[in-house]
Design a protein around this ligand. Structure first.
Ligand SMILES: [Zn+2]
Length: 414
C-alpha cells in the first residue's frame, strides 16, 4: 500500500485541525466505512495475537507479530528497539509526533496455554481484552488511516510496548521516553489499554513495589528449637503492616501480594520473603508508606531476634517505582477527548490509575490512557472475555482524537 504523500504536486494543502473540519471532510465518511468493513478481520487479528503468549519479560514473539503487521500495513521504519518494543512510523508533513501505544504483555503466567474460545459473540481467553483489545485497536487505527490514505500534519509513531504488567515497571515506556529528542517532538500520547469508551485515565497512580527478605541460621525443628525463625519475623512485620492507617482521601493502598518461606515442615527456615505493593495518588504518601514498611520489617525482626538467640537479617529490595503524575485540566488532549466524546454521544469518567501513560505524564508530556471500544470483564483472570460489539465506536473516538491532535491535510490550496 503506497504511503500518502503530504504535499502532492508541491502545492500547499489546507490543514484541518478542528473536529468540525475533520468530520465534515469526505475522508471521514470513508474512514467510518472502513472501520465497519474491517470488523471480522480485526477480531481475527485479536484472536491470533492473544494466542501468542506474552508474559512480562517474554513478549518477543508477540512483538515480532506486531512488527510484521506494521510492515504489512505499510508503516515506515518498522523495528524492534533495544528493550523489545515494536515500533512503526507514519510520516506527516512535519516532525512533531503523536504517539499511540498499547502494551504487549499479559499477567497470564508462562506455560498457560492460551486458546481463544467464542461464546455468544464473546471472545474468551486470558489477555483477550488486556491487552488484546488495545493492540487490536492500534492495528484497526493504522489500517483505517492507510486504506483511506489520510495525510496528517504531525507524524504518527505506533509502539507496542513491553513491561507494563506485574514487575515490568513500565520499562518499555521508560525506554521510549528516555530519548530527549522524541520527548521534545511529542505533541500527545494515546495509550490504548483494554476495552470500552467509558473512561479516560488522566492521572498516573503512583506505585512502589518491594521484595522483603528475612534470613537466619535455620535448623532442626526439634534439636534447634528456640532459634530465630524468619517466617515468624515476617509474620510479625505483616501484622504490623495490617495496623498502618491508610487515608481514604487521597486514597492509598498497601498490599502483601506474595509470601513464601521455608523448605520443610520439620526445619526452622533459613529464609522467608514477601512482595508488597504500595499505591497512592500522592508522592508524599508513597514516601510515608515506604518508611512505614521499613519500620514494620525492622520491628518484626527485632521482636523475633529478642525471642530467639538473634541472627536474623532483613533486606527491603525495591522492585518497581511508578511515578505519581497528573494531566492538567487545561491540557489540549483532554479538551480534544471531551469534544470527541460530545460529538459521538459518549460519556467517559476521568480516572486515576497506573498505566503506561504514567511515564509521559511524569515528564510533563500530554498523555491519556483509554480503552479500544467493545466491552470486557474478568480482567487478569483465566476467564477474561471481550465482546467486540461496539468496537466501531471506540475506534471512531480514537481516530478522531488522534486526527485532531495530529492535524489532517485537506485538498491543495488553489
Ligand atoms: Zn493493561
Amino acid at each position: 500500500m503506497p504511503l500518502p504523500r503530504p504535499t502532492d504536486c508541491g502545492a500547499t494543502r489546507r490543514k484541518l485541525s478542528t473536529l468540525p473540519e475533520i468530520v465534515e471532510h469526505p475522508n471521514w465518511r470513508k474512514m467510518v466505512r472502513t472501520v465497519q468493513e474491517q470488523r471480522e478481520w480485526l477480531d481475527h487479528l485479536q484472536i491470533e495475537l492473544t494466542q501468542i503468549p506474552a508474559p512480562t519479560f517474554q513478549e518477543s514473539e508477540r512483538a515480532q507479530y506486531m512488527a510484521d503487521r506494521f510492515r504489512e500495513l505499510g508503516l515506515q521504519h518498522v523495528r524492534l528497539d533495544k528493550v523489545g518494543n515494536a515500533l512503526g512510523e507514519r510520516a506527516g508533513s512535519n516532525s512533531h509526533l503523536v504517539i499511540v501505544t498499547a502494551h504487549l504483555d499479559t499477567v497470564a503466567p508462562p506455560g498457560v496455554p492460551i486458546e481463544v474460545k467464542r461464546n455468544n459473540g464473546r471472545l474468551c481467553a486470558p489477555g483477550i481484552s488486556d491487552n488484546g483489545a488495545g493492540l487490536a485497536a492500534m492495528l484497526g487505527i493504522i489500517a483505517t488511516l492507510q486504506k483511506t490514505e489520510v495525510a496528517t500534519d504531525h507524524s504518527l509513531l505506533f509502539a507496542a510496548t513491553v513491561g507494563e504488567e506485574g514487575e515490568g515497571d513500565l520499562y518499555g515506556m521508560r525506554h521510549l521516553f528516555s530519548q530527549p529528542d522524541l520527548c521534545r517532538r511529542t505533541a500527545g500520547v494515546f495509550v490504548l489499554d483494554g476495552s470500552a469508551t467509558d473512561h479516560i485515565t488522566v492521572a498516573g497512580l503512583g506505585s512502589r513495589r518491594f521484595r522483603v527478605e528475612i534470613t537466619g541460621p535455620g535448623g532442626h525443628s526439634w534439636s534447634d528449637f528456640g532459634r530465630v525463625n524468619p517466617i515468624l519475623a515476617l509474620s510479625n512485620a505483616i501484622a504490623e503492616l495490617s495496623r498502618i492507617p491508610l487515608p481514604a482521601e487521597p486514597r492509598a493502598s498497601l498490599n502483601v501480594g506474595m509470601i513464601h518461606g521455608g523448605t520443610a515442615v520439620n526445619a526452622i527456615p533459613q529464609s522467608a520473603w514477601m512482595k508488597v505493593d504500595i499505591r497512592s495518588t500522592r508522592a508524599e504518601e508513597l514516601d510515608r508508606l515506604t518508611q512505614a514498611l521499613e519500620a514494620a520489617v525492622r520491628a518484626g525482626v527485632e521482636q523475633e531476634n529478642k525471642r530467639g538467640s538473634g541472627g536474623l537479617e532483613a533486606k527491603v529490595v525495591p522492585l518497581g517505582n511508578r511515578p505519581v503524575s497528573e494531566l492538567p485540566e487545561s491540557a489540549r488532549i483532554l479538551q480534544t477527548m471531551r469534544e470527541v466524546n460530545r460529538h459521538l454521544g459518549i460519556r467517559s469518567r476521568l480516572e486515576c490509575s497506573s498505566t503506561d501513560a504514567n511515564i509521559p505524564l511524569s515528564l510533563g508530556i500530554e498523555a491519556i490512557a483509554t480503552g479500544g471500544g467493545g466491552s470486557s470483564g474478568d480482567a487478569h483472570t483465566l476467564h477474561e472475555w471481550y465482546d467486540p460489539r461496539g468496537r466501531d465506536l471506540g475506534l471512531k473516538r480514537l481516530l478522531l482524537a488522534i486526527l485532531v491532535t495530529a492535524g489532517v491535510l485537506g485538498e491543495p490550496e488553489s
